[in-house]
Ligand binder design. Structure first.
Ligand SMILES: [Zn+2]
Length: 78
């Protein structure tokens, strides 16, 4: 049986660093059982749950609210 309702969403982003090279940030969303858990990973000294991950999350939420992102869902006819 497939585990229906289980989803994994992976986001990868590059965030500009203040002092040196850019940081690469990964976020994994685990959707399942009515809960969303997420794990962050970053190449900066902090490593996880840092401001770069927060910035990437914020960026994704901004994208979700655009018309482009929702256009497919809006076309579904029940
Ligand atoms: Zn970071």
């Amino acid at each position: 049986m497939n585990s229906i309702g289980r989803e994994l969403v992976h986001i990868h982003g590059v965030v500009l660093g203040n002092y040196r090279a850019d940081y690469e940030t990964d976020i994994e969303f685990h959707l399942g059982g009515g809960r969303i858990r997420f794990f962050t990973e970053c190449t900066c000294p902090v490593g996880y749950q840092c401001k770069h991950a927060a910035a990437l999350l914020f960026q994704c939420q901004a994208l979700r609210s655009t018309d482009d992102f929702d256009s497919e869902a809006a076309d579904i006819d029940f």
